[in-house]
Ligand binder design. Sequence first.
Ligand code: ASP
Length: 335
Amino acid sequence: MAKPACIVIVGTGGTIAGVGAGSAGAGAGSAAYRAAAIPADRLIESVPGLAQMAALQVEQLFQIDSADFTDDKLLQLAHRVAALCTRDDVGGVVITHGTDTLEESAYLLHLTLATAKPVVLTGAMRPSTALSADGPANLRDAVAVAAHPSSAGQGVLVVMNQEVFSARDVTKARSMVVNAFDSPWGPLGAVVEGTPRWYRRAARLHTHASEFDLAKIAALPLVGVVASHGNMRREIYDAWVAAGARAIVHEGFGGGTVPAYLRSYLEGLRARGVLLVRAARSQAGRVIRNATADDDGNGWVTVDDQNAPRARLLTALALTRTTEPAEIQQMFWHY
Ligand code: ASP
């Protein structure tokens, strides 16, 4: 009889692998500690019963604070997980990851992994040595979701604090509490008594239905993000252009507004070969095309409801296929 497929746990670091000075006092909370210290195989030992839930394999790809994820590292992660998913003996993958940039890694995988196998990211808000560390329960729930047949084909998932989110729209919304993650559209489901229970599905294209071919992507085109604030300066855009950015995500006020004093300058970016992508500084809602700017006339792209960090990744992937704003706009409607 064929052996049941295993779940591979890929360790990348973060607070889930963090250590503080002790379980009380300095280092016990979620502020003073060292992230990315405990190897993934020791994390597994900290979860009672995990080895009975599924056959497990563990590998340590990185041991970093997630702030240190560059596009190169992100692609390395994606290529490694893609390779794991092609193996017949692998039923799913769990990635332990720092929470700070977890949403970006999850989204890139969501857009590029040509698989229906469950790929689940999880992390922790408290280091492993903290009083009531949340990492062990999150890891147990992530393995439960990755090992459950109902998780197949749902795209890349993020499991935190008993909730299951789609990588398309999850975000770290709170910096100091265990319910740190949220989505404007809510979670897809919950982990109830060790089993995923689903309430909705991701409606947009992802993973096996995606057009982005990881095998052909050795590097991501450079895309910058500029956040809006009062008294903006054009020099920051110039710096991105000088660095070789092919596109700039302008994280505009409200629904993506461009200040009047920058408008003609930003309109000129296209002639310099740089695509402008309008996103919104507001964390929920959407950018309405041609509402506060002449997007059609300027050849600008709007992000629908994507936040700026994820819009950066979708724009970079889009640029591996086309430079046509109208085609890139379609990708924002469909992913
Ligand atoms: N700085 C940590 C990281 O993102 C925070 C965490 O994991 O919660 O790696």
